[in-house]
Design a protein around this ligand. Sequence first.
Ligand code: SF4
Length: 349
Amino acid sequence: MKGPLLKVENLVKHYPLGKGMFKKNAKVVRAVQDVSFTVEAGETLCIVGESGCGKSTVARLLMRLTEPTEGRVLLEGTDIASLNTHALRDGRRRMQLVFQDPSSSLNPRLTAGQIITEPVENFERMTRAKREALASDLLRKVGLAQEIMHRLPSELSGGQRQRLGIARALSLNPAIIIADEAVSALDVSVQAQILNLLMDLQEETGIAFVFISHDLGVVEHIGHRVAVMYLGRIVELAKSDVLFAKPLHPYTEALIAAAPLPDPREVRREVPVEGEVPSPVNPPAGCAFHPRCPLAEARCRVEVPALTTLPDGRAVACHVRASSGEAMQPLIDASQSGGNRQADLQPSR
Ligand code: SF4
């Protein structure tokens, strides 16, 4: 296969609002605006942002669970919009989704073994022996005991249910998994187990992930690259270690500065950002972040900044930072604590 595993080109998703939806000037929710990125085989791209930034809509667009207003998604070079129902089913074998809430995404009437093998049985007839061998293999792969095979989802813990959801997604041998807030509903200790499981599976099988999360700690742990979304747009896209050490976009800086540090003795430099995220129905003109941005200048109020790739490979949508090309100082205040803080910020990947 030439080119990236997944290529997303200029995706736009607008949802018409209310009764006026057929009128010319009807209000629309601008959920996703001109989003482009690629994912290579064996890579984890994280998409991060606050609630309502459009990241879950991107997940739905990738799976073609909703149709884009504009733009396209190419999986292994094929535009998924060009696939008929039959071909789309095959395409979905290659790209699977893991949901946030394992309880609601698993059929409560099926046993764990049936849940795992059900997707495969939609494509092929299997003997009982083959079915049991497949379920047994996938239970082992995701670290679940064999006796779970005959239990219902209600008899499992939250962590076990999420492992089961991952086993089900793996059953069709996908090239990529879209994980939408896949660990958000779990306790911190269970979160770590699931993240480690995903990284082990990646090492073992070369699978790629698009990992969608609002939690920067999780993203830093698992991502090779990170795309930061604000009000439907990607505002920064960079390698994870680069982004967390020296964020470039003022919103990325504020997001990282507001995230808790694992070591309470460490102090992050304050990044002053005021106000709330504006409505996607009526986003501000120009740069959507300008009403909250401490660096905003006249141009920012009228001109939408393009996502610009800089010589070091990172991309940023900011008039000021794209032209200066300068990352901010490290966010950890070196005067506040000892130790190698820069090293402490390095992701564990
Ligand atoms: Fe701030 Fe202007 Fe950059 Fe937007 S384009 S983030 S308003 S400096």
